[in-house]
Design a protein. Structure first.
Length: 159
């Protein structure tokens, strides 16, 4: 695995004994049924990054375990403070695409990590929180070969 390339500001913030810089997680949720794409930042105030306004919203991201036998899944936990969130999720017939990115608060136009693209695979909720399971594209179950070795495609191979 190659090391992640960070901006000089991120390296200074990461290696400093004390810093006033904050790493922020950006979440973008897109679906064809949405009137517009949803943008959230894990902060108490809104943030403008690359021309998009990310709404300050409390959420938590739990990163996956590294396992060899399965694709990683990420848990996204959002505070259930607005009834419209669950109503919007229930109305969907297909899974939305979720993108995670990390930026610095003082330089939000520079993406330090990501973008990481996921599909929302499952949702659980309580009165307090909504937990979504995010999974990357399932490449482990894709067919390996584009073509099957049949007489139609490979006539010279078969008797």
């Amino acid at each position: 695995m190659s090391p992640r390339a960070l901006s000089p500001a991120a390296v200074r913030a990461h290696t400093a004994q004390e810093t006033g810089e904050a790493f922020l997680m950006l979440v973008t949720i897109a679906h064809s049924d949405f009137a517009e794409t949803l943008y959230f930042v894990n902060d108490t105030v809104d943030l403008v990054s690359r021309g998009n306004t990310y709404r300050g919203w409390p959420f938590q991201v739990t990163l996956p375990e590294e396992r060899e036998d399965s694709l990683p899944t990420v848990q996204l936990q959002i505070d259930n403070v607005d009834r419209q969130i669950m109503q919007g999720i229930r109305a969907l017939t297909t899974a939305p695409m979720v993108t995670l990115e990390v930026v610095l608060a003082l330089s939000p136009d520079t993406v330090e990590a990501g973008p990481f693209h996921f599909t929302l695979r499952g949702v659980d909720y309580t009165a307090l929180v909504i937990t979504g399971t995010l999974a990357p594209e399932d490449i482990l179950n894709e067919p390996f070969m584009q073509y099957s070795f049949t007489p139609e495609w490979f006539a010279g191979l078969l008797p």
